[in-house]
Design a protein around this ligand. Structure first.
Ligand code: AMP
Length: 219
């Protein structure tokens, strides 16, 4: 299956993408994670990305699209992939269509995670990520680790993303509404979009997502 996951910051895209990718046996391709890996490796792309990510704005399309194209060439993407955080604007959606056409493949579906704005702010403020694996995501209130600051899954150190500050989150939400939301309409015209509620327990949302994707694939 080739899937795009869309939703505002804090909708739980990263959490759901990791679980869905595992269930569907496809790689989870997150542009945010790819940028963060570049930042921790100290690459030139990482330096550029960090300066922009800390403001909540988007990294330029050219470098983002090139990075995704490179990632989708990997052998592990042959059976499908789950894109998380890409595309983030219409230019990237058009570029993705071109890349897929070049590879002779097409998307199977776009899953839109819906969540009210006040919930988004609550989720982001308490979010903590594991330094070892960004798929290990906790929340100080909703999903606290057994030991504060320590990942339950692998014992890694938990940290708060530097772009999860209140001011940056406000910009990220604004960017989502103005730049990312239009891609839902773009994909709706292709009959690809299924919207589900991202409220409730993590595994309930995963079940809802799997059911929606299967139903969409059978349409
Ligand atoms: P995320 O982990 O998806 O919330 O992304 C964190 C930040 O990385 C975003 O706020 C952007 O600054 C940058 N980023 C991630 N994906 C993209 C993208 N497709 N295009 C441009 N910037 C991106």
């Amino acid at each position: 299956m080739r899937i795009v996951l869309v939703g505002p910051p804090g909708a739980g895209k990263g959490t759901q993408a990791a679980l869905l990718a595992k269930t569907l046996s496809i790689p989870h391709v997150s542009t945010g994670d790819l940028f963060r890996a570049n930042i921790s490796q100290g690459t030139e792309l990482g330096r550029l990305a960090k300066s922009i990510m800390d403001t909540g704005k988007l990294v330029p399309d050219e470098v983002t699209i090139a990075m995704v194209k490179d990632r989708l060439r990997h052998d592990d993407s042959g059976n499908g992939f789950l894109l998380d955080g890409f595309p983030r604007n219409t230019a990237q959606a058009v570029a993705l269509d071109e890349i897929l056409a070049e590879f002779g493949i097409a998307l199977d579906g776009v899953l839109d995670l819906e969540v009210p704005e006040d919930e988004v702010v609550r989720r982001i403020a308490g979010r903590r990520l594991c330094r070892n694996d960004s798929g290990h995501i906790f929340h100080v209130l909703y999903n606290p680790p057994a030991v504060e600051g320590v990942c339950d899954i692998c014992g890694g150190e938990l940290y708060q993303r530097s772009d999860d500050s209140e001011e940056t989150v406000r910009t990220r939400l604004e960017v989502y509404h103005t730049e990312t939301e239009p891609i839902i309409e773009y994909y709706a015209k292709q009959g690809l979009v299924t919207t589900i509620s991202a409220l409730g327990k993590v595994d309930e949302v995963t079940e809802r997502a799997i059911a929606a994707l299967r139903e969409n694939a059978n349409d």
